[in-house]
Design a binder for this molecule. Structure first.
Ligand SMILES: Cc1cc2nc3c(=O)[nH]c(=O)nc-3n(C[C@H](O)[C@H](O)[C@H](O)COP(=O)(O)O)c2cc1C
Length: 357
């Protein structure tokens, strides 16, 4: 078994260089436990949960595995609400709501609290002490980092370019998740309104390994053991796989999402802001088609736009239309395999062994 001699790998207590990506709404305690039991790093995406729900999810993982656990939070800048923009967006979505016999909501709300403002989440994490905490969309306040560091937690954050990676190093974190443009789900970019460098995993990995002195975890488009071997060859300490786990038995993806993943839509993933207000890679759908017809600057900020997207999905789903779900997936989506997470881990390990022999 190829095991990179990385300090991060040792710090995290991993036996195989595989991180199951935290996926808010899709990853589950059973998935994280299965991955940790298999020697990888299981993750919980708690960006959409409050501290109480996140604590319960951590307890569920612990009941099933004593392996290492990563808990992931969203660190987006709190919303500057723009009532006129939100009303105009709801008006733009009105025909879609009406098509499904529903009314658009009267106003939008900040449905996810940023970790920057979440003292309860911070206190809960410091108490529960998961092996790792990872940050998406930016970095927490230095004081928050200090609390988590004092609790002995390994700290990771997503970077999509060199500038973000340098900020993560400067803040004294332990590792970087290098997220390429191929990746499924939300781009981890700190500021969604600056021009996106759109670096692919391959180029981003080499840039970060050459310019930043921290262990790097490669994420984006990695679907099998050969892909993991390639990431390690590029200098990664481990590979973080999201889309590969969406079709596992333990995933919370619903029937419509799974069917779309195994359809032609998987060959046409799309980066869109229309679903949530932040750029995210999705399977091609009615929602990504709608997104292609609007300019990014008319879409309200994340997560308020996501409030509209979730309402529209609920209305469409009730009428039997699955094309408005947040069906995130990376460019490797057609390579997804449906099976239990532990079987996928075994397969990935076998493929990695063969690829590095
Ligand atoms: C369904 C889904 C949900 C995701 N949710 C999160 C999340 O909550 N937090 C996070 O840091 N990354 C999230 N991501 C991004 C992953 O961490 C990772 O960057 C991505 O899955 C890697 O690309 P891949 O999907 O091609 O493997 C999500 C990805 C997917 C596919």
């Amino acid at each position: 078994m190829a095991t990179p001699s990385s300090r991060l790998f040792d710090l995290l207590g991993m036996r195989v260089p595989i991180v199951q990506a935290p996926m808010a709404g899709v990853s589950s305690p059973a998935m994280a436990a299965a991955v940790s039991e298999s020697g990888g790093l299981g993750s919980l995406g708690v960006g959409a949960m409050n501290a109480g729900k996140a604590r319960e999810a951590i307890a569920q993982v612990r009941a099933a595995s004593a392996g290492p656990l990563n808990v992931n939070v969203f660190v987006h800048q709190p919303v500057r609400a723009d009532a006129a923009k939100e009303a105009a967006w709801l008006e733009r979505l009105r025909p879609a709501f009406e098509r499904y016999g529903a009314k658009a909501p009267g106003a939008l709300h900040e449905i996810y609290k940023s970790f920057l403002d979440d003292d309860d989440m911070l206190a809960m994490l410091a108490e529960e002490k998961p092996k790792a905490v990872s940050f998406h969309f930016g970095l927490p306040h230095p004081k928050q980092l200090e609390v988590l560091r004092k609790a002995g937690i390994v700290l990771l954050a997503t970077a999509t370019n060199v500038e973000e990676a340098k900020a993560i190093q400067q803040a004294g974190l332990d590792g970087i998740v290098a997220q390429g443009y191929e990746a499924g789900g939300h781009r981890g970019m700190f500021d969604p309104d600056v021009e996106d460098s759109r670096l692919g995993t391959f180029a981003l990995m080499r840039l970060l390994v050459r310019t930043v002195d921290l262990p790097v975890i490669a994420a984006g488009g990695i679907m099998d053991g050969t892909g993991i071997a390639a990431a390690l060859k590029l200098g990664a300490s481990a590979a973080q796989l999201g889309t590969a786990f969406v079709a596992t038995d333990e995933s919370l993806a619903d029937k419509g999402y799974r069917e779309r993943l195994f359809s032609d839509a998987a060959h046409h993933t799309v980066m869109t802001r229309a679903i949530s207000g932040r750029p995210a890679r999705s399977l091609a759908s009615a929602f990504t088609q709608l997104g292609a017809t609007v300019a990014d600057d008319i879409i309200p900020a994340y997560p308020n736009a996501y409030d509209a997207g979730k309402s529209l999905n609920a209305a469409a789903k009730a009428a039997g239309e699955t094309g408005y779900g947040a069906h995130w997936a990376g460019q490797g989506a057609p390579l997804a395999r449906a099976m239990p997470a532990s079987a996928l881990m075994q397969l990935l390990k076998d493929e990695l062994d063969r690829a590095t022999r």
